[in-house]
Structure formats: C-alpha cells, structure tokens
Design a protein. Structure first.
Length: 57
C-alpha cells in the first residue's frame, strides 16, 4: 500500500510540475503580444509543447 501511495503522489507532483512549466512558457509568449503576434500562435505553441512532451516518452 505504501508503494501505491508513493506512486500516486509522484504522479500528481509530476503532473503539477509539467502544468506549471507550460504556464510559464505561455506567460512568456503572452508578455510579447503585439500587432504581429496573434492569439492563434499561442495555441500553436501549446500544441508544440504537447507534441514535444509526447516525444520524450
């Protein structure tokens, strides 16, 4: 039971850490908004982050 609890906690912490990483990356891009940087580009960046994360597995 102790190993199961450790695995669950590790999974939750890893999930939170990757979401914080995504938020920080998107904040950097949102801070650079101007007339040349469109909202659809943020969605493209988010998809690229997800694809890159899947490649690491």
């Amino acid at each position: 039971m102790n190993n199961l609890l450790t695995a669950i906690i590790t999974g939750v912490v890893a999930f939170i850490a990757t979401n914080i990483d995504d938020i920080l990356i998107l904040l950097v891009f949102f801070a650079q908004v101007n007339e040349n940087f469109r909202p659809w580009q943020f969605f493209l960046v988010k998809k690229m982050i997800v694809i890159k994360r899947k490649d690491r597995r």
